[in-house]
Design a protein around this ligand. Structure first.
Ligand SMILES: [Zn+2]
Length: 559
């Protein structure tokens, strides 16, 4: 820790450069496609993290991002550590505190009656208590599940309504249900197959009817084919319309009928969850094999690349690899993010080991304050750019223009870009690395509020082997890079490959690692500027005959 003033200044300058570089690189909005195949995280951690994701109206979007790690070994205490961003912290560079979440033994009804928008630590305690209170063997288990669904729906309502509206970005301003409603099937694309409709689908009144059905061996079967695909698409449209309408009704509801409107919303969300995740794969085939959503724009870039239920993780990754990010995959991903809370409740409660996991769990919470936002200015970036890539000086004006355009575009779009914050997963990796390697190199730029307690909780996790980290959203390029290049290795849920404004963690990341990252970022900037220059050179306007072509190319090259 006893670093000289100079070297401290040097590190601060390095951090400032990385902040500036990631901002300008974000302006290029490039995605490194295809994204890496998501790696396995523990199902319990991932779903638990989903339930903790409940951005409130006063928080702006990403400020509720949390990252969770834990060690789950048979017959041992489950330890978890949650790192979150704290937009309400007063002093930006104050010490970091770790709080232990206290277990409260409460009945499900008592938890349901707690205030609807608590702070994060109370929400964690409520989530813990609510999941502990569910009894799989109780006669009213189904009723308990519904209470639980509504409880989490109420807590995550704001986040859900924001996520649900993302379809307008997906469909170029239109709603997804409209787009599906306007679909006119016009080509053969589905091989006929018969599916057994589950009871919930048969029993639901008022749904569009499938035109061709039959009984085989006493079992009801519905046809899925070119003849009936339109009927099936209308069922999906009904579910989407109903969820959308119910969200509006909840927003308009007064206190006295809020509960009733929530129940209706939950009803439709659950059916959407059932339909989207139904093993028969109807929604998947409609999206992947037909031209149902071909009307949507292709320039969609997800703002919130939220994680999806783990049953579909591998499946989705496979589609993405195959389809190279087709529209159908994007819609499927969108649908899974909308039903993520229901998937979490069902998966967690279906897990027989859940009561055991929750009985003796230790939950530590660290809320990271905002970090100072001094970043490299545009003139500084340009100056350094020409220093590093001196040959580019020949195109000085064009390069400057390109940099300027990207830098200012970004500046205007800092609304929900995790601006001013160390990404939670990066902060968590830094902390774990610090306790694992304890060297001055993996330094510490801020103090710990209660170093003893911090060590007591974090050290065992750091030493438990390669840490698995669950995050409410997919990770950015820099966090993914850090997980592979820091002194300790980490397993993250995968990356969407995009660069976002990124502030290096204040604890546990060495100067050496930061320098390497900086080098990578400059190289990326160079590649992007080159690509941008190549695009801006307009093709010659003369008509080229085949004979004149080689000559022209030679003359261009020798310029
Ligand atoms: Zn990140």
């Amino acid at each position: 820790m006893s670093r000289s003033r100079n070297s401290q200044q040097e590190k601060e300058e390095l951090q400032r450069r990385i902040r500036g570089l990631t901002i300008i690189l974000h302006g290029f909005t490039v995605q490194q496609w295809p994204p890496k195949r998501p790696r396995d995280t523990h199902s319990f951690l991932r779903h638990f993290t989903t339930l903790l994701t409940c951005g409130s109206k006063c928080d702006t979007g990403a400020q509720s991002v949390i990252a969770v790690t834990g060690s789950i070994e048979p017959r041992q205490k489950v330890r978890t550590l949650i790192v979150a961003q704290n937009p309400h912290a007063n002093s930006p560079m104050g010490p970091i505190f770790l709080k232990l979440v206290q277990k409260r033994n409460r009945s499900l009804d008592e938890v349901m009656a707690s205030p609807p928008s608590p702070d994060l630590i109370n929400h964690i305690a409520d989530t813990w208590a609510a999941l502990s209170a569910v009894d799989r063997c109780a006669t009213d288990y189904v009723k308990q599940l519904v209470s639980l669904e509504i409880f989490f729906l109420r807590r995550s309502f704001h986040e859900l309504s924001v996520r649900f509206r993302e379809d307008t970005r997906l469909c170029g301003g239109k709603r997804l249900n409209e787009l599906i409603g306007q679909w006119k099937p016009n080509r053969p694309e589905i091989a006929l197959r018969w599916v057994n409709p589950p009871e919930w689908l048969v029993m639901l009144n008022g749904l569009p009817k499938i035109k061709s059905t039959r009984m085989t061996g006493g079992q009801l079967e519905w046809e899925f084919s070119d003849k009936t695909k339109y009927d099936w698409s209308r069922i999906l449209a009904v579910f989407l319309t109903s969820v959308g309408q119910s969200i509006e009704d909840v927003k308009q509801a007064r206190e006295e009928n809020l509960q009733k409107e929530m129940e209706t919303l939950n009803f439709w969300c659950r059916y959407l969850y059932y339909f989207v995740t139904w093993k028969a794969g109807i929604v998947r085939d409609l999206l992947m094999k037909t031209n149902m959503v071909n009307g949507m724009t292709t320039a969609f870039m997800p703002m919130r690349t939220t994680n999806t239920a783990d049953e579909f993780y591998d499946e989705l990754a496979k589609f993405e690899q195959e389809a190279g990010g087709s529209r159908g995959v994007q819609v499927l991903r969108y649908l899974w993010t909308v039903v993520a809370w229901h998937a979490a409740v069902y998966t967690l409660c279906n897990n027989k080991a859940l009561p055991e996991l929750l009985k003796d769990i230790e939950i530590g919470l660290i809320q990271m304050p905002r970090s100072p936002s001094s970043v490299l200015t545009l003139p500084e970036i340009s100056e350094e750019f020409f220093k590093r890539f001196p040959l580019m000086i020949r195109k000085r004006q064009v390069v400057l223009k390109t940099l300027e355009r990207r830098y200012s575009e970004k500046r205007c779009h800092s609304d929900n870009m995790l601006f001013d914050f160390v990404h939670s997963e990066a902060a968590l990796m830094g902390l774990l690395n610090y306790y694992k390697h304890y060297s001055a190199q993996a330094g510490q730029d801020v103090e710990f509020g209660d170093p003893q307690r911090m060590q007591q909780i974090v050290q065992p996790l750091a030493e438990a082997g390669e840490a698995v980290i669950a995050v409410g959203e997919k990770c950015c390029w820099c966090c993914d890079w850090l997980s592979k290049n820091s002194e300790s290795q980490f397993t993250l849920p995968g990356t969407h490959g995009m660069i976002y404004p990124w502030d290096p963690p204040k604890v546990g990341v060495s100067e050496l690692v930061l320098k390497k990252l900086e080098g990578e970022l400059w190289n990326q900037l160079y590649e992007l500027v080159m690509a941008s220059l190549a695009r801006s050179i307009s093709p010659p306007r003369i008509y080229l005959t085949d004979e004149s072509m080689p000559q022209l190319i030679r003359s261009l090259l020798s310029e």
